[in-house]
Write a protein that binds this ligand. Structure first.
Ligand code: UDP
Length: 480
């Protein structure tokens, strides 16, 4: 009888801890639950120390490989962050091919290839090499539906999408105003628009989408997507979430956790705009004044303001200065005891799960959304870019119902009065109490989705079975 080897899973991840961390956790699950070996492939361009720390403490059967740096100096200085990332993905394709070929020739294990949400261009390489190929999608299925729709949006409309007269209604999805579609399609004249159209087409080269979501969060969307894939419109989607990964083993020793230990239950608002979200100088000052005026306890992860770009933090603004120095004069002293500011980075998962935390002012990156839900903490949604507005719409929807929204948006500054009102409503108001109840219900549903043998495990097992079958069908390895 022929001996067939378990597949070796190669996962390509785009830069940014919001992508690298869920890939790391996903690969860890493949190893722990299914005994598979995996290699996480990263890009050297645009990587940051936090990316690398997301890859520390992986089990021994998971390796990492970084594709060599590619030149980007011909791009304009104001190129969109997604343009930078997608350009890196394209230019590194020859390096990826060489790496995959080396895996195929040096090992007898059949290779399965996974590309994360911003790397589907790489599926063409896997297709060419005849490999099973999947997309690992670390955001909502609804946002994937909108990206799959982008080519049609481009073909059937001529205006900027914020000017669309009617909401976009996709099967099983909430109606979305054009302005709530992903931020890189907002400006048709920006070169990133066409890159997103290509992205939407490239996804169709995969054999399936592995999506970091779960039924209670996206029931209708999952059902509608199942119908579409049964009809051959799209490859199938597997809902393998939610899983959250504490950032490091030493997080519990962080000073902010000790500070939380001294605060009353449910009394602290945690404020964080993800790994790269950035406010303007004026907005930072208004937020500070609003937190102070709210009278609520807070724990704020403070970043350097940027007046150019609300995703400036992604480009690894490296400096030895302390962003706390950018807060209004006397703010830290006046709020001492009530508030704590942490420069740059804090152990978010541990913070959200701390009994003292009662609310989360969030930019609504999808990981942050799921971490809030898994901790049963209601959200004050302050979306900035990428698919965050859509995530905020979902969290605040009747069906999910765990979020209130700050007013403002569309680039307008949220005033200190608006901040104070919204923060009080979330922490001690009636609407906040309703969202908190709903968040606690959803926490239970999230746990049920991810218990051993539950739906997330079953979905993962189904896709791993397909890989094993593909591996068994592939040519037997040559004798060593
Ligand atoms: N994160 C953290 N501490 C911080 C900022 C972010 O641990 O100070 C983690 C957070 O828990 C989440 C990830 O970084 O897992 C950010 O991902 P998300 O999708 O929320 O937003 P993105 O950074 O991609 O915009």
């Amino acid at each position: 009888a022929q001996v067939h080897h378990a597949p070796h899973v190669v996962v390509l991840t785009s830069p940014g801890v919001g992508h690298v961390a869920p890939v790391a956790e996903f690969a860890t699950r493949l190893a722990a639950l299914h005994g598979l070996a995996a290699t996480i492939v990263t890009y050297t361009n645009l990587s940051s120390p936090t990316n690398s720390s997301a890859l520390s403490s992986l089990p021994p059967v998971i390796s990492t490989a970084a594709l060599p740096e590619v030149p980007l100096d011909d791009l304009p200085a104001d190129a969109h962050i997604v343009t930078l990332i997608l350009t890196v993905v394209h230019r590194a394709l020859p390096h990826l091919r060489a790496l995959l070929v080396s895996f195929l020739s040096s090992s007898s294990s059949p290779v399965v290839f996974l590309a994360d949400m911003l790397c589907p261009a790489a599926l063409a390489v896997a297709e060419d090499l005849g490999l099973p190929r999947y997309v690992f999608y670390p955001s909502s299925l609804m946002s994937l539906c909108t990206l799959l729709y982008t080519p049609e949006l481009a073909r059937t409309t001529t205006c900027d999408c914020r000017d669309l007269p009617e909401p976009v209604v996709l099967p099983g999805c909430l109606p979305l105003h054009g302005a709530d579609l992903v931020e890189p399609v907002q400006d048709r004249a920006n070169p990133v628009y066409d890159l997103l159209v290509d992205l939407g087409l490239d996804y169709l080269r995969c054999h399936g989408f592995i999506v970091h979501t779960f039924d209670a969060m996206e029931h209708d969307t999952l059902q509608a997507f199942r119908d579409l894939s049964d009809r051959g419109v799209y490859p199938p989607a597997y809902a393998v979430g939610p899983f959250v990964r504490p950032f490091s083993d030493t997080s519990a020793e962080h000073g902010c956790i000790r500070w939380l230990d001294e605060q009353p239950d449910g009394s602290v608002l945690y404020v964080c705009f993800g790994s790269g979200g950035t406010l303007s100088t004026v907005q930072t000052a208004e937020l500070a004044a609003g937190l102070e005026a709210s009278g609520q306890r807070f724990l704020w992860v403070v970043r350097f303001p940027s007046d150019m770009d609300n995703s400036a933090g992604y480009l690894g603004h490296q400096t030895t200065d302390d962003p706390v120095s950018c807060l209004p004069e006397g703010f830290v002293e006046r709020t001492k005891g009530v508030g704590l500011v942490v420069p740059q980075w804090a152990p978010q998962v541990e913070i959200l799960e701390h009994r003292a935390v009662g609310g989360f002012l969030s930019h609504c990156g999808w990981n942050s959304c799921l971490e809030a839900v898994c901790a049963g903490v209601p959200v004050l949604a302050w979306p900035l870019f990428a698919e965050q507005r859509m995530n905020a719409v979902k969290l605040a929807s009747d069906h999910v119902g765990v979020a209130l929204r700050v007013s403002g948006g569309d680039g307008a500054v949220v005033t200190r009065e608006e901040v104070a009102v919204a923060v009080r409503e979330l922490m001690v108001g009636e609407k906040g109490a309703v969202a908190r109840r709903r968040a606690r219900e959803l926490r239970v549903e999230a746990r049920e989705a991810s218990v051993p043998g539950g739906p997330a495990h079953q979905a993962l097992a189904a896709v791993v079975d397909l890989w094993r079958c593909a591996a068994a069908a592939s040519p037997a390895p040559a004798p060593a």
